[in-house]
Design a binder for this molecule. Sequence first.
Ligand code: CMP
Length: 139
Amino acid sequence: AIQRTFSIIKPDATKRNLTGAIAAKFEEAGLRIVASKRIQLSLAQAQTFYGVHSERPFFGELCEFMISEPIVVQVLEGEDAIAKNREVMGATNPADAADGTIRKEFALSIGENSVHGSDAPETAAEEIAFFFSGLELVG
Ligand code: CMP
């Protein structure tokens, strides 16, 4: 089915001018970028977005990293977009990511791993709503 998923191009990638290269990977995989904006998160926004990880030992480091530089938030649309995006991103840890994936090519470490993508339809809907209004989604 046609789905939408939420994506973040993270600070390590925007800082190294990889926004276009990463967007090209999405488009080459058949994902349409139906919304896109470059923003800089506040600490409170990062903590809210990653609230599910608040008890993890890396939570503080993760939030500090996510506010360290601008990010690009996007909505990607296409056939099985959630799974397709996860395939294009590759494993969370770049050491485990398959050849040709975004994280294999660009990520620096498990924390500085260049992209975030929703893991399920419910989280995709929540994450899209956190960053975008309906008016900003142009399919
Ligand atoms: P993301 O998909 O954005 O969701 C949670 C993030 O936590 C994950 O990507 C990783 O970048 C980050 N993360 C996971 N494990 C670690 C870790 N051990 N140290 C630092 N960051 C981590």
